[in-house]
Ligand binder design. Structure first.
Ligand SMILES: [Zn+2]
Length: 401
């Protein structure tokens, strides 16, 4: 396609045509013309380029095609099994990896116990070991990997693919994650904040028609992910959504608690899993970690109940401000604490949101539990990665190369 500079890039690029197949499934030539407004000859050119590179195949040659369904003749489809994507959902104390098709559909999975504070090399060695296991199990070579995606529990400079000054990811500050994988795999590497991946997954899986969504993760820490215009909103530097470290004035005259980030009085220092553990221990309860603290809370422990009532109101105040700024249609509550004690938190969150935000913002607002639970990060990373790998500009480069 060297004679056609528009084959790769531009508003009617081959990547744009591929996007139609990726989002809508098998299409005939005429359907692609209708969706894109391109002429028959242009669609034919774009299709020829995509077919030559194996990104599109005649429908019926796909793994999951069902001939008996009577698929119309002349359809083409995105070749989702042309290669694989590898993703890792990295948490503070565990991680989960998956091998996915090129649409970002999660297939084989593995998991491991880690300490994210043991540093990037130790953790990435574990990730890569599991990636190799998945490739072996699927009979795919490393050359079949079209993209690698990681989501992590810390602030991420998305453009650079690095973690920046993370409170809990000791040793990861500006570590060259892309460079580390580039020595092992010849493909793009995406790094994102875990709650961005969760927000994207919840949007695609449960609220695809909603333009604006706020994902609130209440786990060991507190964070949020923002979907605006159907896409992840990361802000100018990737720091958008850092709701866990907004500072509160509780107005009760007490000294504000120290946060993991080094500041005092952050939302997270009052209303997170680690704050629950701290407060229960201070009250003489013998809890080792967040799981134990939540298990104690589930028994009706009065100290835990008091903490959760207060946490719900403080989280609600922060969510009310986010609702006023962003006007989401849906607020999704996820993370380990929300999953276990969501009922106790949600009353406080609702009360504050409906009291403090404008009726225009709350009239159609839904506050709902996570649809994907602990799978949201992994599922979202795979979907985000597929969009990065098959962005029209990158498809153009792929065809040109
Ligand atoms: Zn903080």
């Amino acid at each position: 396609m060297q004679d056609d500079p528009n084959a790769g890039n531009g508003p009617a690029s081959a990547g744009d045509v591929l996007a139609v197949f990726r989002s809508l499934g098998p299409q005939t030539r005429a359907e692609v013309m209708e969706r894109t407004g391109l002429s028959r000859s242009t669609v034919t050119q774009r299709l020829d380029a995509l077919l030559a590179h194996g990104l599109v195949v005649p429908a019926g040659e796909q793994r999951d095609d069902v001939p008996s369904r009577g698929r119309p003749a002349g359809q083409f489809a995105f070749h989702r099994d042309r290669g694989v994507l590898l993703v890792a959902d990295v948490g503070a104390s565990s991680l989960r990896v998956a091998l996915c098709d090129l649409l970002g559909t999660v297939g084989l999975e593995r998991s491991a116990v880690i300490d994210v504070a043991s540093g990037p090399r130790a953790v990435l060695d574990v990730v890569d070991g599991l990636f190799r296991e998945l490739l072996d199990a699927s009979g795919r070579p490393a050359a079949a990997v079209h993209g690698i995606g990681l989501d992590v529990p810390g602030p991420v400079d998305f453009a650079a693919g690095t973690v920046v000054s993370p409170p809990i990811m000791t040793g990861w500050d500006r570590f060259d994650i892309r460079g580390w994988f580039a020595e092992r795999y010849p493909c793009p590497v995406m790094v994102d904040k875990d709650v961005n991946a969760m927000a994207f997954a919840e949007h695609r899986a449960a609220h695809p028609d909603v333009d604006a969504l706020l994902m609130l993760k209440i786990g060991t820490g507190v964070g949020s992910g923002i979907i605006a215009g159907g896409r992840v909103y990361r802000g100018a530097d990737g720091a958008a959504g850092d709701i866990g470290h907004v500072q509160l004035d509780t107005g009760d005259g007490s000294d504000p608690p120290l946060c993991r980030c080094g500041n005092v009085g952050c939302l997270e220092a009052y209303a997170s899993g680690w704050a629950l553990v701290r407060d229960l221990r201070a009250a003489g309860r013998d809890v080792q970690g967040v799981d134990a603290a939540l298990a104690l809370a589930a028994t009706g422990d009065p100290e835990a109940a008091r903490f959760l009532r207060r946490a719900g109101r403080l989280l609600g105040g922060a969510v009310a401000e986010a609702v006023s700024l962003l006007n989401p249609r849906v607020v999704v509550l996820g993370g380990q604490v929300a999953a276990s004690a969501g009922d106790q938190l949600v009353a406080g969150i609702r009360e504050l949101v409906y009291r403090r935000s404008l009726p225009l913002a709350t009239a159609r607002l839904q506050i709902v539990p996570s649809a994907l639970g602990t799978r949201a990060g992994l599922v979202g990373s795979a979907l985000l990665l597929a969009d990065v790998v098959f962005a029209p500009s990158r498809v153009g480069a792929l065809l040109a190369g």
